[in-house]
Write a protein that binds this ligand. Sequence first.
Ligand code: DX5
Ligand code: ZN
Length: 225
Amino acid sequence: FTEPKIAPSILSADFMNMARDVAEIEEGGAAFVHVDVMDGHFVPNLTLGVPFVAGLKKITKLPLDVHLMISNPLEQLPWYLEHTPDIVTVHAEALNADAGQFDLAIDMIHDAGCKAAIAMKPDYDVELIKPYIAKLDMVLPMSVFPGFSGQSYIQGTEAKVARIVEMAREAGVSPLIEVDGGLKANDPTRAVCAAGCDVLVAGSGVFGASDRAAAIAEMKAVAAE
Ligand code: DX5
Ligand code: ZN
């Protein structure tokens, strides 16, 4: 058993006290800062953008895990990559496979010295990721429809994690597998970890708690059960 990495989503933090909140998770045992970029088009919500990512980079030593929920990622990627976040995730639904856009996006992220990940909404067919798995540093099957924090985990995501583990093994690679949505110290966390998830995103589960360090520790404990 390897302890999962906890990636608190700052979408649930206090935006007017962001440096304080990020320091709390840094001291509290978080592995990454999960940064939810939403453009009000790919998803209904609008959150934060390039200047915010640049600012976060300056206030934390933790790796930034930037989750881009945006349309036309190929156009906007260079702006984000300029600030070299550690992991950059683009959505499969925003890329045109026939036009070679998966490879273009992954190569663009790698050329900037960042790790590349592909996210999928809950209704996306995981098999479609297979051609790219060998090039990916991380795969993110979403356990809620992206747009908002505080939603409930969609049952069955753990089977997708298991399938991704299998596809990776067949390809002879071991990308990180991240799950995002509805995770806290609960059954879904247990289920996705048992299936092989490496990185647990938690928005409300961590920042909604009064003691963020305790919330992170509880998630790790549940994952180990
Ligand atoms: C959902 C975002 C998530 C969200 C998670 O669209 O991508 O990262 O902030 O929030 P919780 O953990 O509260 O479901
Ligand atoms: Zn996210």
